[in-house]
Design a protein. Structure first.
Length: 363
């Protein structure tokens, strides 16, 4: 059962087409992330769902109702904004109670709900204080509390972690997963951060320039990106995308320093003429120094830069004029220094090929 159905959503701001025909279906109780770079249209999409922007075309349905022209109030949708605005002159308690007072709940019920939400979000100790006296993370939890206190079934979250520091971001990611489990709400969560999307979402829709270009589980997007944009967006460090051409009668992918054949793309490549320009994709985690007896493609590269990250090290390698990255566990990386030659190998099963003309994955 779907809880939110967006069909053909178009939104223009003058000459800017912020949404260019967005189709999206979010299941009841699902944690769905909209992942896209700045300017992709995430906020516009969420604001349209909330009723804060009027669409130029398309429809929005939720819980079996057509909401396209419904007023903001009464949609039964909660929203947490990129900048979480709390009322500075009200205490935390009154910030939380505000939406319920607006909805004219009786005072005893309001007190009970404020207590429940404060306990759920662990902000009970802050209820008498004003927002300015809280830490960033506490303020964020109050903003979450205010969005969920009305118990809407659908919660929209627009980059809610952007203004938090790294540690708080991590803790709050965990918190959102717990809240999602405990409240059984449908969550539509917009973020430009692929790590947030991969760690929290049950499914992700990738938004690019006002269009959804791929929808799938985190695993789908990581293992089978539909195009080079998604391939580069999902996973860190990002997938190496090396310029290549189709060679050997349409059977092999020719890199400047290596010919590769027999990958998961081999059959599909047969449809393209020799000389077709391609991107050859391999993730930094899928490259490793070879040992002598190892099967699979291999080549020699030179260490250009090392970037120790603690448990792993990112090695920047060059071969000819091509630069790419390899990730190694720290204990394997320590033996390599800038200028060293490394024998590098990989499994063809882990490689991706994209058309350079359209960006589309070939498989
Ligand atoms: N009120 C507006 N007037 C004019 N243009 C707008 C308006 N709101 C959004 N836009 C434009 O629409 C496009 C999408 O903007 P939107 O805010 O939805 O992007 P976003 O994905 O949320 O980006 P970010 O990650 O930076 O928040 C951008 O080009 C933006 O400049
Ligand atoms: Mg935004």
């Amino acid at each position: 059962m779907s809880d939110l159905l967006v069909s053909g959503a178009v939104k223009r701001f003058g000459d800017v087409e912020a949404l260019r025909g967005v189709d999206l279906e979010v299941g009841a109780g699902e944690f769905f992330c909209v992942l896209g770079p700045s300017g992709a249209g995430k906020t516009t999409l969420l604001r349209a769902v909330a009723g804060l922007e009027r669409l130029d075309a398309g429809t929005i349905r939720s819980g079996g109702r057509d909401l396209t022209h419904a007023p903001v109030q009464g949609r039964g949708i909660g929203m947490i904004f990129q900048t979480f605005a709390l009322y500075p002159h009200l205490t935390v308690h009154d910030n939380l109670a505000y939406p319920l007072r607006e909805a004219r709940l009786d005072p005893a019920q309001i007190e009970r709900r404020v207590g429940e939400v404060a306990e759920l979000l662990r902000i009970g100790h802050t209820l008498r204080r004003r927002p300015a006296t809280l830490s960033g993370g506490e303020q964020q939890r109050v903003a979450i509390g205010r969005a969920i206190i009305r118990r809407s079934k659908l919660l929209l979250l627009d980059e809610p972690l952007t203004n938090l520091d790294a540690k708080l971001r991590h803790d709050t990611r965990v918190e959102f997963k717990r809240l999602h489990r405990e409240l059984r709400m449908t969550m539509l969560y917009a973020t430009p951060d692929q790590l947030e999307a991969l760690t929290m979402a049950e499914r992700i829709g990738v938004l690019r320039e006002g269009r959804i270009v791929q929808v799938g589980t985190p695993r789908d997007l990581y293992q089978a990106p539909g195009d080079s944009f998604v391939a580069a967006l999902v996973g860190a460090p990002r997938m190496n995308l090396l310029p290549a051409v189709l060679a050997n009668g349409g059977r092999a992918v020719a890199l400047p320093f290596l010919e590769v054949d027999g990958g998961p793309w081999a059959t599909a490549l047969g449809r393209f003429p020799a000389g077709t320009e391609l991107w050859f994709g391999i993730r930094p985690h899928d490259l490793a120094p070879t040992v002598d007896a190892q099967a699979g493609p291999r080549f020699r590269a030179t260490v250009h830069l090392t970037e120790p990250l603690g448990d792993v090290t990112v090695l920047d390698l060059t071969v000819g004029g091509t630069v790419f990255k390899m990730v190694l566990p720290e204990e394997r990386a320590v033996r390599y220094r800038v200028g060293d030659e490394v024998p590098v190998g990989f499994a063809v099963a882990n490689t991706h090929v994209f058309s350079r003309q359209t960006g589309t994955a070939i498989r």
